[in-house]
Design a protein around this ligand. Structure first.
Ligand SMILES: NC(=O)c1ccc[n+]([C@@H]2O[C@H](COP(=O)([O-])OP(=O)(O)OC[C@H]3O[C@@H](n4cnc5c(N)ncnc54)[C@H](O)[C@@H]3O)[C@@H](O)[C@H]2O)c1
Length: 271
């Protein structure tokens, strides 16, 4: 059911790789809610071609940009305003990649070149986007920026390796930039801390399947799926959350507030 929550709003949505991507669902919902937007992803992701199907479905233009490259981001924000006919109202940062995770390198033996790459792609890219947008004055007052994160920023999940530190940095950038952008332009910046979700990035993590089931057994509502994450992001882009900024918001079916569940105790044979 659509509510026209984003009627007349213009956005930029990063990170839609395939139909499982959280960003893909956000794009579908934003379209249903009346927004117009540009889709973007790293040039290398374009080769897979799936984003074009989403662009067609949502009547959007695709503008490739490597989120680590300030020139490409400048082009993205400049061109997006031209294509959409005005300043931007919402931005989704849905970008994550760790070479250390991909290569199954244990946290204590992290490769530092890979570590730096992960920081640049998955955290500093948010800073770069915001800095470019601010310099160009590309985001409307009361505009909303949402970046996706994971609870490993607060608690240790050994298999999440360097991404835990990187997500902590991402959340900190949202707070720090949120202060400055809020004061100067009333732009709001939040992170949404999402349940384990079956996507390309998620499934690349060792033992993801088992952990997905574990989290599902802990959370009173079960794991939140990509579609409900998209619903939540839409509310954050809407005018109904105008005074929410600099927050890390858990979207996890109650997982983050639950110590243990009877379901897990039963599975362990304790109860
Ligand atoms: N899947 C999960 O379990 C889960 C849980 C919590 C948070 N998240 C976060 O959600 C976000 C989206 O991930 P997803 O699960 O939808 O997976 P996904 O693999 O579908 O999306 C990740 C995206 O990042 C893009 N990307 C990588 N390098 C880039 C670059 N240099 N420039 C621009 N884009 C680049 C990829 O092309 C891809 O589209 C990530 O930040 C991820 O950490 C995922």
């Amino acid at each position: 059911m659509a509510y026209n929550l984003l009627k007349g709003k213009r956005g930029i949505i990063t990170g839609a790789l395939d139909q499982n991507s959280i960003a893909w669902k956000v794009a579908e919902k934003a379209h249903e809610e009346g927004a117009t937007f540009v889709l973007t992803n790293a040039p290398i992701a374009m080769r897979m071609g799936e984003i074009n199907a989403l662009a067609e479905k949502t009547n959007s233009k695709v503008i490739p940009a490597d989120a680590t490259n300030v020139d490409e981001l400048t082009n993205l924000f400049t061109q997006s305003q031209e294509v959409l006919g005005g300043k931007i109202d919402f931005v989704l940062h849905s970008i994550g990649m760790s070479v250390n995770i991909r290569k199954n390198i244990p946290y204590t033996e992290s490769n530092y070149d890979f570590y730096m790459k992960g920081i640049d792609v998955s955290a500093m890219s948010l800073h770069k986007m915001l800095s470019v947008a601010k310099k160009l004055d590309a985001i409307n007052e009361w505009g909303s920026v949402v970046a996706l994160t994971y609870m490993a920023a607060q608690r240790t999940y050994p298999f999440y390796t360097d991404m835990a530190d990187i997500k902590a940095m991402l959340e900190s950038i949202a707070r720090s930039f949120g202060y400055h952008y809020g004061i100067e332009k009333k732009v709001r910046i939040n992170t949404v801390s999402q349940s384990p979700t079956k996507t390309t990035a998620g499934s690349g993590i060792k033992g993801f399947g088992d952990f997905y089931d574990f989290a599902d057994s802990i959370a009173p509502l079960g794991n939140a799926d990509a579609e409900s994450c998209a619903d939540y992001c839409i509310t954050l882009f809407s005018d109904l959350t105008r005074m929410v900024t600099m927050q890390n918001l858990f979207h996890d079916g109650g997982y983050s507030s639950t110590g243990v569940s009877t379901e897990i105790m039963t599975k362990l044979g304790i109860q």
